[in-house]
Design a protein around this ligand. Structure first.
Ligand code: N2P
Length: 369
């Protein structure tokens, strides 16, 4: 090989190597940032706005439907995940997530509602006290009943779980209903209806809840789903459904879009029901820690947080964004419970024994005739 050919090959190799770090435009190669969030849980243009502000990142956005379907996928490697607090506690205990660098989260420091510093996230005080070292609130909600008041009548202002959940568990009912295919919500509603804690580990109580859910399935044939229930309710196919409070807002928007003036969709929140907060955290196997910090901090920019919660329907932990909301939304105690309403609700607690027991119960319900 003559010298000139060798030179050409060498410069070609150098170019190829530089190409690995440089894009055709001459700018640095983009770093991938993989986000794993609930379905229907981010405003349409939030990711595009993030990429415009941080052109060094190329976001890969993936979704899941429940905490339980997210968990087995963690080994795929994500940079930011957004599970609920009880799953966050489990992930801390199992070393699945790593501490956040709060120095890189000035927006969170400035705008996170201080109430999240005093929440009891789990019955294990040591883990509960560590939650904010590992995770920051994304959006939150309560669990209640949505129902079409043109088809179903409930006593005004009732908060009695035996009255409210009867709409879903009374086997004489003629109404088509929806249940979340999510074990904590559906077993929780059954326990709450029966007057028990949504975290019960009492064998007899759990057996009663199981019998009730099986009876409900065989008598009422509920539609089991998660995000798809919103369209079914908005189309008038379901007269009532279990619902996260944020989904009520989305359903109202879709009802309006569809012009379904015959539906009067109300939301009620039973005492003893659940409130939960989904939290942004960073898996220990993440590949882009700095990108994760930039994303989390970006989501706390007041304008971005406002657009996001306004679009998604769920409740924002960002004080500045909440101030920008329509007072009819931010003043609604089912979406933004005050201290008194919060005191009537429970968060989900978890443990290996509970996970195992509830999973077995829910599988039994789903497999029943
Ligand atoms: C959004 C689901 C929100 C989950 N589709 C409530 N924790």
């Amino acid at each position: 090989m003559n010298k000139n050919v060798r030179k050409v090959i060498a410069s070609f190799a150098a170019l190829v190597m530089a190409g690995a770090a440089l894009l055709p435009c001459g700018c640095a190669k983009k770093q991938q940032l993989v986000i794993y969030n609930w379905g229907d849980y981010i405003a349409e243009d939030t990711v595009a706005k993030f990429e415009a502000k941080y052109p060094q990142y190329d976001v890969v956005y993936r979704t899941f439907e429940t905490n339980e379907t997210m968990y087995p996928n963690l080994q795929n490697g994500y940079d930011v995940i957004i599970p609920s607090e009880y799953m966050v506690c489990r992930l801390i205990e199992e070393d699945w997530i790593q501490p956040l660098d709060w120095n890189k989260l000035p927006n969170v420091t400035k705008y996170m509602d201080p109430m999240f510093k005093s929440v009891t996230y789990t019955d294990n005080a040591e883990i509960s006290g560590q939650v904010l070292d590992y995770a920051v609130p994304y959006l939150y909600c309560t669990v209640g009943l949505v129902y079409d008041a043109n088809k179903i009548t409930l006593p005004e202002d009732t908060t009695d779980p035996a009255v409210i959940w009867d709409v879903l568990f009374n086997t004489e009912s003629q109404n088509s209903i929806g249940m979340y295919d999510s074990m904590r919500e559906s077993i929780g509603a059954a326990l709450n209806y029966l007057g028990y804690s949504i975290n019960s580990m009492n064998e007899a109580e759990l057996q009663e809840a199981l019998d009730l859910l099986i009876k409900q399935k065989s008598a009422l044939h509920p539609s089991y789903g998660v995000d798809n229930l919103k369209d079914k309710v908005a189309a008038g196919e379901l007269a009532a459904s279990i619902a996260w409070s944020g989904d009520h807002i989305v359903m109202l928007d879709r009802i309006e879009e569809l012009g379904k003036t015959d539906i009067d969709l109300q939301f009620v929140l039973p005492e003893g029901s659940n409130w939960s907060v989904d939290m942004m955290c960073v898996p220990t196997n993440c590949k882009n820690y700095d990108g994760a910090m930039d994303f989390i901090n970006f989501m706390y920019d007041p304008e971005i947080a406002y657009e996001n919660c306004d679009y998604v329907g769920y409740s924002t932990p960002n004080t500045a964004a909440k101030d920008m909301l329509d007072p009819e939304v931010s003043g609604n105690k089912y979406y933004y419970p005050d201290a008194e309403v919060f005191s009537t609700l429970e968060v989900y607690f978890t443990s290996d024994a509970l996970e195992e027991k509830y999973t077995e119960l829910w599988n039994t319900v789903k497999a029943s005739a």
